[in-house]
Design a protein around this ligand. Sequence first.
Ligand SMILES: [Zn+2]
Length: 274
Amino acid sequence: MMGGHHAATGAAAWVAVTASTPIAFGWYEGVTNTGVIAGALVCAGAALLPDADHHSGTIANSLSPVSDVVVKGIETVSGGHRKGTHSILGVAVFTAIAWGLSLLSIDTGNEEIGSILIGPGIMCVLLVAFALKALKITRDTKLLPWTTSITLAVLIAVFAPEEWFWMPFSVALGCVVHILGDLITTAGVPLLWPLKFRSPGWMRDGRGIELDMIWKYGGNLSLPILGDAGSVREWIVLIPVSLYAIVGVVWALLDEMGYDTMSVWNQIVAVFPG
Ligand SMILES: [Zn+2]
């Protein structure tokens, strides 16, 4: 799946899981409108994390020079592209790091301000820069990703610091959504990495049932309903997914601004009988 599409699925998943509007499930409770809006961008960035495993990828220079160093490190540890970061173990490691960083805070010594959670702030800066790059909002500039992502992180830290509780969950959700996105393309993903189970020969020799599309010789698993990455099918599926994310974020924004979003929704629903 393409970078921008991963970002869109991350944002859509965040809206679906955290928003309490009738178009969402609201499974993960306690996220305010601010959290739905900011989290959509953070989760879009988290949904790009698994692809931080190769230095020539979209996000490698999204927040230079920091992102370049992070990507180089992840590439080395994970064994290269579509290896460790695209596995169950990869999700667990990313989530554990996010959880660890979420505890990182500095005490200001000021009673009113208390301590500032800098760990989630740092993650927010990096992940938002990933998302902005993949969504082509920041392209050939070096300064804009820094100013935009730092501004957002500071705004949350100052106005809604309680929001950070969802940071590890957002990272986990983004990574899972990314892996699912790649799972439904032909190349598939090595879910059980570093374990590698090659598919048995009879699946590939053309005599038995042709299952090698699903279980590859190299051990990758795939349910290739989208075909190759970047296929026309992928684009078609991503239009409603992106629209859903946009509607969810705009809804949270209007709600936060005091608009009576529910009565508008009820009017729209009333148009459709049944
Ligand atoms: Zn990937």
